[in-house]
Design a protein around this ligand. Structure first.
Ligand code: DQA
Length: 156
């Protein structure tokens, strides 16, 4: 019964927006010193140990992120999304999440509510399953746990 492919039915796409490629050296007081590669490696091994398949996209370009979300249709069962600055500005990314109809978990390294006023509004929050914000690189681990629990609940 089910698909013999390991991780099938538990497929997770991690979407990272502008400037997150510079994690580790970018405003370390705000975002810490862990690189995006280190975050991705940890999520990869954690997902593998839980029988889930995981893929990653990072782009500094809004349209590429939207394309990646479209490409996830039919593949991903859940998404972990850090749209970075686009969180606060992009109706396009928001609409792509709605259009893809893939449950999304919004994550942020920093606590967006403890920073500038403009970061307090997220175009993703009300179309996401939930939001994890302020735990540094650990926000992604929490995001993965949330995604896995969601898929468990769905019986995937
Ligand atoms: C961020 C928070 C955003 O406000 C900011 O523009 C980012 C990173 C975070 O992970 O804390 O680029 O999404």
């Amino acid at each position: 019964m089910g698909d013999a492919t390991p991780g099938a039915g538990r497929r997770i796409l991690v979407v990272n927006g502008p400037n997150l490629n510079l994690l580790g050296r970018r405003e370390p007081n705000q975002y810490g010193r862990t690189t995006l590669k280190e975050i991705e490696d940890e999520l990869k091994s954690c997902a593998a140990s839980r029988g889930a398949e995981i893929r990653f996209i990072q782009s500094n370009h809004e349209g590429e992120l939207i394309d990646a979300i479209h490409h996830a249709i039919g593949w991903a069962d859940a998404m972990i999304v850090n749209a970075a600055g686009l969180t606060h500005s992009s109706v396009g990314v928001r609409d792509a999440i709605i259009a893809a109809a893939i449950p999304a978990i919004e994550v942020h390294l920093s606590n967006i509510y403890r920073r500038e006023e403009f970061r307090r509004h997220s175009f993703i929050a009300d179309v996401a399953v939930g939001q994890i914000t302020g735990f540094g690189a650990f926000s992604y681990r929490l995001g993965l746990e949330a995604a896995l629990q969601l898929l468990d609940k769905k019986g995937l």
